[in-house]
Design a binder for this molecule. Structure first.
Ligand code: SAH
Length: 269
């Protein structure tokens, strides 16, 4: 039997073909079989594959069918890439694929990617963690056909405040907003934004508050392929409540800098 190359699960990034990693792009440029996750993988990336590369869209396939393609390619000694949108570890259904490969005794690696949350933050030109406003980012989703464990339901997550970034949920705006308000920390005035197809040429940004975001999203006709971001950090710039970070504070010492004009406090980390 020919030597098997490890199957590579590669994060394609959020859409802009330049947002794949260098490692991911190199893998595509050498690939002999690519199985990609349909509509959210930019076709421009597939044009990076060499001539003769077998390309399969996994959207109409079952888990067993994609598995069969990966195994057949790897066993034939081919370089196989399983291309997922964003980062493969988030809502990528890679675990079940890896378990099947384990059962076959086939080797695989994961090449991370830029997840949609960070493309959305970039589109908004927004830091998601601001001193004294939010130091926590929660990546989650509303329960849909895929259930969410009770302890992670949105109203409970919202009770912690911070910045929330919700995948796969824009089709349920009413339910999402009601759950976020039920947490008791966010209010109708809490800033919210929806970013549709972040980093794609047809990207759309809708900004508002929990009071009006649902109406604005409906008006913009956004029903899928979008992220919902919520939290005080989003409105801090407009409201002028942004606190400066300690990291670049002239009076603040850390491992790489002593403070201006004498002894400053030493940063912990
Ligand atoms: N693994 C992907 C997420 C796959 S789940 C990642 O890391 O980004 C698919 C959901 O991700 C979509 O329903 C949408 O909520 C979100 N998504 C993916 N790409 C997006 C983009 N470019 N802009 C906005 N949301 C996106």
């Amino acid at each position: 039997m020919s030597e098997c190359h490890p199957i590579l699960f590669v994060g394609a990034g959020p859409g802009d073909p330049e947002l794949i990693t260098v490692k991911g792009l190199k893998a595509l440029r050498r690939a002999e079989v690519v199985v990609h996750a349909g509509s959210l993988v930019n076709p421009a990336l597939l044009s990076e594959c060499p001539a003769g590369c077998e390309i399969h869209d996994s959207a109409p396939l079952t888990l067993q069918q994609t598995h069969t393609l990966l195994v057949a390619g790897a066993r034939a000694g081919k370089r196989v890439v399983r291309l997922h949108t964003g980062d493969p570890a988030l809502y990528g259904a890679i675990q079940e694929q890896m378990e099947l490969l384990d059962a076959e005794g086939l080797d695989y690696r994961v090449v991370p990617g830029v997840t949609a949350a960070f493309a959305a933050a970039a589109a908004l030109k927004q830091e998601l963690t601001l001193p004294e406003i939010s130091q926590t980012l929660v990546l989650s989703r509303a329960a849909g056909r895929t259930p969410v464990p009770e302890a992670e339901k949105l109203s409970r997550l919202a009770a912690n405040g911070g910045t929330l970034c919700l995948y796969l949920s824009v089709g349920m705006m009413d339910k999402v907003v009601a759950a976020l308000l039920a947490g008791g920390v966010f209010t109708a005035r809490t800033p919210a934004a929806v970013v549709y197809r972040a980093s794609w040429p047809d990207e759309k940004i809708v900004s508002g508050t929990l009071a009006d975001i649902t109406g604005k999203v409906a008006e913009a006709g956004i029903r899928r392929q979008a992220l919902i971001l919520v939290g005080e950090a989003l409105g801090a710039r407009e409201r002028g409540v942004e606190k400066k970070s300690k990291l670049y504070d002239a009076q603040f010492a850390h491992g790489y800098r002593t403070p201006k004009g004498g002894e400053g406090r030493k940063a912990k980390g």
